[in-house]
Design a protein around this ligand. Structure first.
Ligand code: ATP
Ligand code: MG
Length: 416
């Protein structure tokens, strides 16, 4: 078990392309870190540099305080699970899991003990004598995981290990991985582009864009206090709505009427003219369902409802709006980069499932302005981010992890 530290890591491939560009990241001992970002942003490259499958162009990679840039994968003692894990079809589940131990010449007794321990954790006990071909997708995935954990590596590295599974199995495996990681307390780096995995699995999430680290924070901090337009648009589903706005003193003039800002935010946007305001779908409501004392915390506006989607316990309404060309162009680029097929000049708002809003009609909406973020359209910077509030959220997670880790390790000492 070990901390992983990256200092100014750069990776240039043969063609000079910087796939990873000056990434500095501290992963604490026992921490579960998620790497997330759109396709091609450098997630796998970064992971492969940690394991030693890819040369590091410049910067320092430290594992457990030791510089490992020149060390072979074997010397780094890390365990990696790939998206396309391969099991040996002619070997039993037991021997598949035991494989790395056999390579290392571990004694039979020790192999048996370790494989059985891993099989217990992964609930594979009954399947040890079976062949991979006779297992379900989820069981096979667990065998691959078993092979990774028997090694007692200093860290686990996962590159989209669940992307080949169907949605239901993915959900199950997600909870299993989370439980396993807590139980073993092993430092883990997990690459994904799945929103749900990113938000639920990790202690912290590192968001990459074109090889550059954007923000490293707890899921909650990323969601509530994103540093820029990119992180704000990438984290959250359905994504944050971005509306053009002009600053008028302490108010923002938007296509959905004037939004009033509190003093802190008003001060933060002072001096700006055209801005982008970000509002999450969940911050809206059908105004007729909002109680009077809650209404005061937001603004009410009328808009045409284009489409509604009723999902039983949730309902979404799509509201088109007009935006000036300079903002439309920026939002279109962002949308393309985020692989989103969403038309950015319509807002998606989440309203109560009881709401009787009708398609093609005007309706009155309420929006919670306390949660609005305001972005500089030129740089994408979040002008209204509350860095202190954000830091507190991430600090809380770190403390929880540290406590849990102490418990886990003390437990192990007692048990072993
Ligand atoms: N062997 C290589 N030679 C040249 N360029 C490469 C090589 N491998 C990756 N790249 C480039 O480096 C960038 C990052 O690739 P990487 O595989 O790390 O992305 P990723 O974030 O894992 O994407 P995905 O989500 O699609 O797996 C991409 O632009 C890719 O084209
Ligand atoms: Mg990849």
């Amino acid at each position: 078990m070990a901390a992983i530290t990256m200092n100014h890591i750069v990776k240039r491939y043969g063609d000079g392309f910087p796939a990873v560009n000056d990434v500095s990241l501290d992963i604490a001992d026992g921490e579960f870190m998620i790497l997330v970002g759109p396709s091609g942003c450098g997630k796998s490259t970064l992971l492969r540099m940690i394991v030693g499958l890819e040369d590091i162009t410049s910067g320092d990679m430290l594992i457990g305080g030791q510089r490992v840039n020149e060390k072979s994968p074997r010397e780094r003692n890390l365990s990696m699970v790939f998206q396309n894990y391969a099991l040996y079809p002619h070997l039993s589940v037991f021997e598949n899991i035991a494989f790395p131990l056999r390579l290392a010449g571990t004694s039979d007794a020790e192999v048996k003990k370790r494989v059985q321990d891993a099989a217990d954790v992964l609930e594979l006990r009954e399947h040890l004598e079976r062949k991979p071909a006779n297992l379900s997708g989820g069981q096979r995935q667990r065998v691959a995981m078993g092979r990774a954990i028997v090694r007692q590596a200093d860290a686990f590295l996962f590159d989209e290990p669940l992307s080949n599974l169907d949605a239901k199995l993915r959900g199950q495996m997600r909870t299993e991985i989370a439980r396993l990681q807590r139980r073993l307390g092993v430092t883990t780096v997990y690459v994904t582009h799945d929103q749900t995995e990113a938000m639920t699995l990790g202690d912290r999430v590192a968001v990459l864009r074109k090889g550059v680290l954007q923000q490293v924070a707890s899921p909650r901090e990323l969601y509530e206090q994103p540093v820029n337009l990119f992180v704000a648009g990438f984290i959250g589903s359905p994504p944050m709505n971005f509306l053009p706005a002009t600053v008028q003193g302490a108010a923002l003039r938007t296509p959905f009427g004037d939004l009033h800002l509190d003093d802190r935010r008003a001060k933060a946007v002072a001096g700006h003219d055209l801005v982008i305001v970000g509002l999450r779908p969940g911050h809206f409501e059908d105004a007729s369902l909002v109680e009077e004392d809650k209404r005061r915390h937001g603004s009410v506006f009328r808009a045409m409802v284009d489409v509604t989607e009723w999902l039983g316990d949730q309902q979404y309404a799509y509201i088109p709006f007009e935006a000036p060309a300079e903002i439309t162009a920026q939002l279109r680029d962002l949308s393309r980069e985020l692989d989103s097929d969403q038309m950015r000049t319509q807002a998606i708002v989440e309203i109560d499932a009881m709401s009787r809003l009708r398609e093609g009609r005007e309706a009155e909406f309420w929006v919670d302005t306390r949660k609005a973020h305001v972005f500089d359209p030129k740089t994408g910077t979040n002008l209204t981010r509350d860095a202190e509030a954000g830091a507190r959220m991430t600090e809380e997670v770190a403390q929880e992890r540290a406590e849990q880790l102490t418990e886990t390790r003390e437990g192990r000492v007692t048990a072993g």
